[in-house]
Design a protein around this ligand. Structure first.
Ligand SMILES: [Mn+2]
Length: 331
């Protein structure tokens, strides 16, 4: 990442009271980025008010916190459930660059400037209050936590052992245990682990217990799946009322190159997509880009994992999505 970009980012935050947040139902990367940013800013800007707020934790995040607290009972995961935005000069949003995913702003007309620090595809939404020249959005990183790790380096702040465990956990989960990672990811992991942490001590904290409802959802998705073949690529299309992300990735594990799962709730719908890395590398498929180009829906993501949300026109949007995927696979 460009050093000047990070210097400008830090310079901009000087002498400001900062509220840090992340997307709703925060995942481990969003949680860890927020917690680590707070620690880093508190050390680097000792005289500023730095706070952290989340609008809910995902199930996996909650189970991670429980396991982590078993190992480090004194670690304080505290954050605010509610904040008075007028107390702050700037909002730092970690792990998203889409305001629709940020609950903090609901029903609020924002006149406080905000900046993004994120590794998702830059949606370039041109929000009026976004100080976009200071955004740190780099989609070549497999996690936001790795961008935060670099800030620790730049600020010359040492990571306490608990923060090392947290960052390793976030990098491993967001890189799909390196499946979506690159050599930079391995280097970052090694830099944190060094001789101090045994990676096998981290892995059990990240184990996901799958409950029976999720198992049944995955099985139903497989029972209902429709096969679409394009040349030698196989797309699996299914529908479910919940666990669509879990089911879409299961589709890519049983033989489909791309998994698409539709969830409808009255007029609202969500389409979750997953693709194998091979398809993305060989065809240039980028599901996040495709989704961000579809009109009248909300969504985005990475090359191999993206989601869209819409209202009323599920059939039409699904056809558009499949057509765009087909186009990429044929070319
Ligand atoms: Mn992330």
């Amino acid at each position: 990442m460009l050093n000047s970009k990070k210097e400008d980012f830090l310079k901009y935050l000087e002498e400001k009271n900062i509220i840090i947040t992340s997307h709703n139902l925060v995942d481990i990367d969003g949680l860890v980025s927020g917690i680590a940013l707070k620690y880093c800013f508190e050390k680097y800007f000792p005289n500023q008010n730095i706070q952290l707020t989340f609008s809910g934790l995902s199930k996996h995040t909650k189970s991670f916190i429980t396991k982590f607290s078993g190992k480090f009972p004194n670690f304080n995961f505290s954050f605010q459930n509610h904040v008075e935005l007028s107390d702050f000069d700037v909002i730092v949003i970690a792990d998203s660059n889409n305001l629709d995913q940020i609950m903090l702003f609901n029903n609020l007309d924002l006149d406080i400037p905000f900046i993004f620090i994120d590794h998702h595809l830059n949606l370039q939404k041109n929000y009026p209050s976004n100080n976009s020249s200071h955004n740190l959005i780099f989609d070549n990183y497999s996690s936001t936590s790795e961008i935060v790790l670099e800030l620790f380096d730049d600020c010359n702040i040492k990571l306490p052992i608990q923060y090392k465990y947290l960052l390793v956990s976030a990098i491993l989960t967001d890189s799909g245990f390196l499946k979506y990672g690159n050599t930079g990811t391995v280097k970052n992991l090694y830099d944190i682990l060094q001789d101090q942490i045994e990676i096998q001590d981290v892995l059990p904290m990240l184990e996901r217990e799958i409950d029976i409802s999720e198992k049944i959802a995955r099985i139903k998705a497989l029972q209902r799946v429709k096969l679409i073949r394009i040349n030698n690529w196989l797309i699996g299309l299914s529908h479910l009322s919940s666990f669509s992300a879990s089911a879409a990735s299961i589709l890519t594990k049983v033989g489909f190159d791309i998994g698409i799962v539709v969830s409808e709730d009255k007029s609202d719908y969500r389409i979750t997509t997953r693709a194998k890395k091979q398809v993305c590398l060989k065809t240039g498929l980028h599901l996040g880009k495709i989704i961000s180009e579809i009109n009248n829906v909300n969504g985005g993501g990475h090359d191999g994992a993206a989601t869209l949300n819409g209202k009323n026109d599920v059939e039409e949007i699904l056809n558009q999505l499949i057509d765009k995927i087909k186009e990429t696979l044929i070319n």
